[in-house]
Design a protein around this ligand. Structure first.
Ligand code: 9UX
Length: 72
């Protein structure tokens, strides 16, 4: 069963940024679908909770050079 989580993403200034994050997240083992919205500064990620958690997703975004926080 997949889970879905939304994140606030900071530091994106152009469409290539959002595309980079999307690519990086979609490459993560366990992520089934990631979409990033540049204008809203958000990311929506569908993932397998037995393979990774929200913190792993935040860390991946940070590793790419952006800020991320779980949205509640
Ligand atoms: Mo756009 Mo983002 O040139 O790191 S890709 S600012």
């Amino acid at each position: 069963v997949m889970e879905k989580a939304d994140f606030n993403v900071t530091g994106m200034t152009c469409a290539a940024c959002s595309a980079r994050i999307e690519k990086g997240l979609n490459k993560l083992e366990g992520v089934t679908k990631a979409t990033v919205n540049l204008a809203l500064e958000t990311a929506s990620v569908e993932y397998n909770p037995s393979l990774l958690n929200k913190t792993d997703i935040v860390k991946r975004v940070e590793k790419l050079g952006y800020g991320a926080a779980v949205k509640d």
